[in-house]
Design a protein around this ligand. Sequence first.
Ligand code: ZN
Length: 137
Amino acid sequence: MIGYDTTLFDNRDDKYLIHTALAENRVILTRDTQLMRRRVITIGELKAVFIRNDNPLQQIQQVIDELGLDSVFKPFSLCLECNRPLVKASKEDIKDRVPPYVYQTQTQYVECPHCRRIYWQGTHWQAMLKKLQDISK
Ligand SMILES: [Zn+2]
């Protein structure tokens, strides 16, 4: 959401997770205390953040604080579904693919080149951006 390259692991194989994180130079965000006790993490070879909160905004706040990230780095520049960079789409491109009221009220759209999901700066987008800006204060 804030524009950092992220990947989701629903695979419960810790070895695969650790191998991939090291290979792709990623930081692990986890609520798994067992995973945090892995040697590769305790000796600092692989960076990991143990997420303490249940609340998603507090989770973002913690990650931003602990990793020194910018909460408004590149907001909504990546697809929330598949992590690909979004590209601008013209009104013509999206005409028959968004609800009519959206087409009538929004002027700027971006699209995921992979899953074809369309995003626009509607009220949800504005509300999320406001929350992200509040975090950075
Ligand atoms: Zn996508």
